[in-house]
Every structure is written in C-alpha cells, then in structure tokens.
Design a protein around this ligand. Structure first.
Ligand code: KG4
Ligand code: ZN
Length: 307
C-alpha cells in the first residue's frame, strides 16, 4: 500500500507542481524560495517531496526552506494578512496522526504543553467510523452521518441519555493537558453490541456518530480552553484535518463568546476548511514567516519529526 501510494506520487508530483504554477500565474523564476515538508509523515512521500524540491532548487537556482508538517498546519492560519493571530497563542493540532497543544510565543517559538497518550483525534474518528460501517476518512463520514439527524442537539442529547448511549469523555477533568482517545473505540464497539437487538426509530449509526463527535469535540474544547486560560494567551489557533469539523468550530465559537461575556478576550482562528487537511499553502506560509534556507545536504526526511 505505501509503495503503491509512492508510485502514484512519483507519477503526479511534476504535473501537480506544473499545474499549480500555471494556475497561480506566477513564473518559477520569480519565486523567492522552495519550501518542502521534511516530516513527520510517511517516508515515501517525504523522500519524493524532498528530492523533487532539491532538483527544482538546482535547476532554478532557488534556496530551499525545510518545513515541519505540523507547523504547516499552524501556518494555514497566517495566510490572510501579515498580522495573523496575536501572540502568545495556543495551537490545537488535530490530525490523523497527532493531537497536540502547542504554546506559541512567537514565530518559530513552540512548546508542546499537552498531547495524546495513545490515538490521535482523527485516528479515533477513522477507527470508529470503520466500526460503524462508514467510509474513509472517518471524520467527514462521522460528521455527515451525525448531521443527517434532523433533530436539535438538545433533543438528541436527551435521547442518548435516556437510552444510556453516552460515551466517555476521556481525561476531560484531569489536571494535565494530555488526551487519550483509544478507549473510545472500545466504547463504540460496546454500544454497537448493546444496540444489536434493539428496535429504534432512529438510525443507530447516525446516533452513535453524533455522540462520538460530541465526546471528541467536548474533550478537545475543554482541554484547549483550560490551557488557554492557564497560559493567558491572546489567540487560539486550530489546525489539522479535524479542524474542518463544524461541530468543533461551533463549540469553540460558543465558548469564546461566553469568555468574552466574562471580559476575557481570546480570538480564535481556523483555516478555511479546504486548508485544514494536508496542503502546500500552510507549508509555504510557514516558510514565509520563518525564512531560513539551508544547504541541500542538510535536508533529510524525518518521519517522526516533532515540533
Ligand atoms: O491533517 P490531515 O489531513 O492528515 C494528517 O496529517 O493526518 O488529517 C486527516 C485526519 C483524518 O483522520 C480525518 O478523519 C480527519 O483528519 N478529518 C476530520 C474531518 N475532516 C478530516 N475529522 C473530523 N471531522 C471532519 N470534518
Ligand atoms: Zn497533516
């Protein structure tokens, strides 16, 4: 499977770059530098990106700027204007491979203050979606299934309480800023078994999808807000695939409004939905704000690179 993906990437990388340059109406000769992701990620994809960037750098005589994939997710929030979110900021990175809370005091200054102890939030959506017989990627599939229930959230919560279908909110009240999502898949499996012989007028798949989305987003919002208050940040920045989840966005907006009523102003930033999942714009934005070209020979893939 990874080999198959790498083969496809080799085939498409030049046509994709070519088309992007054409669509942007820029000329390669006018670009200042080439930014490339060096990790974390799959070794095949990283190698293909890095070797292509090195080749383009040699042919067009452009410097190369290495970028951390996770930092690219943060910088998808800095593309609308040079000002961007104010510092200090707390970043919630939520993707298929990572769930991290990062305190960002300035450009290039990151401190991880919390992270998942097991599965990432996106991974939890993906694994539970599989158990629910939904497609891949699981996050959008769970969100779509939950939103098919044309019933108000409060009413749905009552139904879930009455049927005792509540899922746990792992580590929501513990004192750390860490997360744990691996227990949720066992809990979903248990719910599915419990409901096997039960007649419901409502789709079980949609009802559990709703509760799963509630559980994951409740924990993400509660922990982020707790850390934001502790570190007295001016902004919260959300990035990564799970940041496109509308329920997560709505809960954050609501909580931020409640804080504003208590005279605590924190601004929240989400990238456009199409820039939440992996994309080149966040990588270019990171390189723009952290313009540090390095020698080719020092650019190497690092599949487990951290922030
Ligand atoms: O950042 P990303 O594109 O790739 C990684 O670096 O992992 O994130 C992919 C993850 C997948 O787990 C996917 O299920 C999740 O983001 N995701 C979502 C949504 N869209 C993508 N999770 C919840 N709700 C969504 N709408
Ligand atoms: Zn990513």
């Amino acid at each position: 499977m990874p080999e198959q993906a790498a083969r496809e990437q080799v085939k498409y990388i030049i046509p994709v770059i070519d088309e992007s340059i054409k669509n942007s109406k820029l000329k390669i000769k006018n670009l200042e530098a080439i930014a490339v992701t060096i990790g974390p990620g799959l070794i095949g994809s990283l190698l293909i990106g890095i070797e292509t960037a090195k080749t383009l750098s040699m042919v067009f005589q452009k410097p190369i700027i290495p970028v951390n994939h996770l930092v690219g997710h943060i910088y998808a929030n800095f593309i609308k204007g040079v000002a961007g979110p104010a510092f200090p900021a707390l970043c919630l990175l939520v993707s298929g491979g990572h769930t991290e809370l990062v305190l960002m005091k300035n450009h290039g200054d990151y401190q991880v203050v919390g992270q998942t102890l097991d599965d990432a939030a996106g991974e939890c959506f993906d694994k539970c979606a599989r158990l629910l017989g939904l497609g891949y990627p699981g996050g959008p599939a769970v969100e779509a299934a939950a939103s098919k229930l044309k019933i108000k959230n409060e009413k749905l919560k009552m139904i879930i309480n009455n049927l005792k279908l509540n899922l746990p909110r792992p580590m929501i009240t513990d004192s750390s800023f860490n997360f744990s999502f691996s227990g949720l898949k066992t809990a979903v499996l248990y719910l599915l078994k419990k409901l096997t012989y039960r007649q419901l007028t409502i789709s079980k798949q949609q009802l559990i999808s709703f509760e799963l989305q509630e559980a994951i987003t409740d924990v993400l919002v509660a922990k982020t807000l707790k850390a934001a208050e502790k570190f007295q940040v001016k902004s919260i920045i959300v990035g990564g695939g799970v940041a496109s989840n509308q329920r997560l966005r709505d809960k954050f907006q609501l909580t931020i409004r409640q804080l504003a009523d208590q005279q605590l102003t924190i601004n929240i930033f989400f990238p456009d939905k199409k820039l939440c999942t992996d994309n080149a714009i966040g990588i270019a934005s990171s390189a723009f704000f952290n313009f540090k070209p390095i020698l080719w020979s020092q650019i190497k893939p690092n599949p487990s690179l951290s922030i």
